[in-house]
Design a protein around this ligand. Structure first.
Ligand code: NAP
Length: 253
């Protein structure tokens, strides 16, 4: 029985766990940061909360005799991915990153890439706009420096306290979101610009497709640099890697 730790918080992590559930040769644990009040149910045992940096994660890997670590965290969760790379190296544990490929711009998309959230705020310009913020709650702070805009904010949990701006509307929701749903949301709120991350995957692509259909500009935050480790883009590839890793471990390689 090989003990596998999946660093999760994404749809891919949950799907991978679903595919591994019930297999006799592996024991799976999914780790969540504990950011959301009611995380999506997982098909395997879950542990919740930070490890205490790379050292804490390395200690966990050793104590739990983890044979393989799969970093299936969100592509913008750079700190935990760095920690995973360092901890796996220190503890001598095989590591795979499962990272969604970024969305690719088409000729009909009006995208502007910016380095970070403050650059995204500046890119809104000084004239008032109606902006859909498809960002995490902890990324919203810099928008208070541009109170002239109307904001529509969508997050998994309510934004509490709300942003200190005069015009903001909040909706809560957990993806996946379809193009039709997102198009209706954008039209209902008269949105003329979107700020988002290039998360990749299908679950949050609805707003990108809807923006294309409505000819709306999209400001995309650049992906953070991630550690150079073995990486795949799909759950299928992660399963193949795991089969290889567990058979190598069984042979003592
Ligand atoms: P982050 O900045 O890379 O990580 C900050 C700290 O949170 C880490 O140092 C670690 O604490 C803890 N942590 C993060 N992911 C963890 C996990 N899966 N299990 C245990 N501890 C974890 O991460 P983030 O951007 O705040 O994202 C937090 C979680 O939300 C991730 O699991 C990610 O997959 C998910 N998520 C993030 C985004 C996003 O846009 N960033 C979007 C959707 C989902 P210690 O140092 O104490 O171990």
């Amino acid at each position: 029985m090989h003990r596998i730790l999946i660093l999760g918080g994404t749809l891919e992590a949950r799907r991978l766990a679903e595919r591994l559930r019930g297999r006799a040769d592996v024991a799976i644990t999914v780790s969540l940061a504990g950011r959301t009040a009611a995380p999506a149910a997982q098909p395997v045992p879950v542990r919740i909360g930070g490890f205490g940096g790379a050292e804490g994660l390395a200690a966990y890997l050793r104590a739990e005799r983890i044979a393989a670590l799969i970093d299936a965290t969100h592509p913008y969760a750079a700190t935990i991915s760095d920690n995973a790379a360092r901890a796996a190296a220190v503890a001598g544990v095989r590591l795979l990153a499962l990272r969604r490929s970024p969305w690719q711009q088409t000729a009909r998309d009006r995208w502007t890439e910016v380095a970070d959230v403050p650059a995204g705020v500046r890119a809104l310009g000084s004239a008032p706009r109606r902006v859909f913020l498809a960002l995490g709650r902890k990324e919203l702070g810099p928008f208070v420096s541009a109170p002239q805009h109307h904001y529509l904010v969508r997050s998994v949990d309510p934004v509490d306290p709300p942003l200190a701006v005069p015009h903001a509307v909040y909706v809560t929701g957990r993806g996946p979101f379809t193009e039709a749903e997102d198009r209706a949301l954008l039209e209902r709120h008269g949105i003329d610009l979107i700020v988002a991350k290039n998360s990749g995957g299908a679950a949050t692509y609805g707003k990108i497709a809807a923006a294309r259909a409505l000819h709306l500009p999209v400001i995309l935050l650049r992906r953070p640099a991630l550690p150079a480790v073995a990486a795949v883009a799909t759950v299928e590839e992660a399963l193949a890697w795991l089969d290889h890793a567990t058979s190598a471990a069984a042979r003592g390689v």
